[in-house]
Design a protein around this ligand. Structure first.
Ligand code: 5GP
Length: 177
């Protein structure tokens, strides 16, 4: 598939995204009640969402970045999660908040949850995702929080790419066919 900018239709506008990110931050501020949190941003897709979200959070935050990949340059997942860079500090006894762009098959989320559980005894663990594509799920995993549910469309923008492009779009769009 080829995606051209002029073919994109807005699925979620900049304003809708801002509102949902603020709503999510309210829930997280309420849940953590000022406790220290280690926020782990899953690169590259979650970078824009994570940087907007953490600036709405009121508790002390340490940010970590890991890089996983399951997509090639195409729009289909390889079905195999590749830990490109998963160096993390000691997370024992920490409140850990994973920040992801989208949960699709759920394989990446499962990989991460298993990885954290195998290596650390955390104080609390929450998984938040900008988008939840429930319809394509292959494993029994649900994010604790998400901003929008999407159906089986390949979406781009606000961090999500097609072949490396479109991460900088302020909206989330899809190709109109
Ligand atoms: P999962 O392991 O849940 O199948 O997929 C996770 C990763 O696949 C996401 O972090 C994201 O990078 C990529 N992905 C899944 N669906 C989409 C989509 O609709 N658009 C884009 N750009 N990436 C997607």
């Amino acid at each position: 598939m080829d995606i051209k900018l002029e073919q994109l239709k807005v699925l979620f506008s900049e304003d809708e995204i801002k509102m949902q990110v603020k709503n999510l931050a309210l829930k997280l501020n309420d849940f953590y009640k000022g406790e220290d949190v280690v926020a782990i941003c899953v690169l590259k897709g979650a970078v824009i969402f994570a940087t907007d979200l953490v600036r709405e959070l009121e508790m002390p935050i340490q940010m970590e970045f890991i890089r996983l990949s399951s997509y090639g340059s195409d729009i289909h997942t390889s079905g195999k999660v590749n830990a490109v860079d998963i160096k993390l500090p000691d997370l024992n006894d920490k409140n850990v908040l994973i920040i992801e762009d989208i949960v699709d098959t759920g394989l990446t989320a499962k990989f991460l949850i298993d990885f954290i559980n195998m290596n650390f005894h955390v104080k609390s663990f929450k998984f938040c995702s900008l988008l939840d594509k429930k319809i394509t799920r292959r494993v029994d995993i649900e994010p604790d929080y998400y901003c929008f549910e999407v159906d089986d469309k390949f979406v781009v923008g606000y961090g999500l790419d097609y072949d490396g492009y479109y991460r900088n779009l302020k909206y989330i769009g899809y190709k109109d066919v």
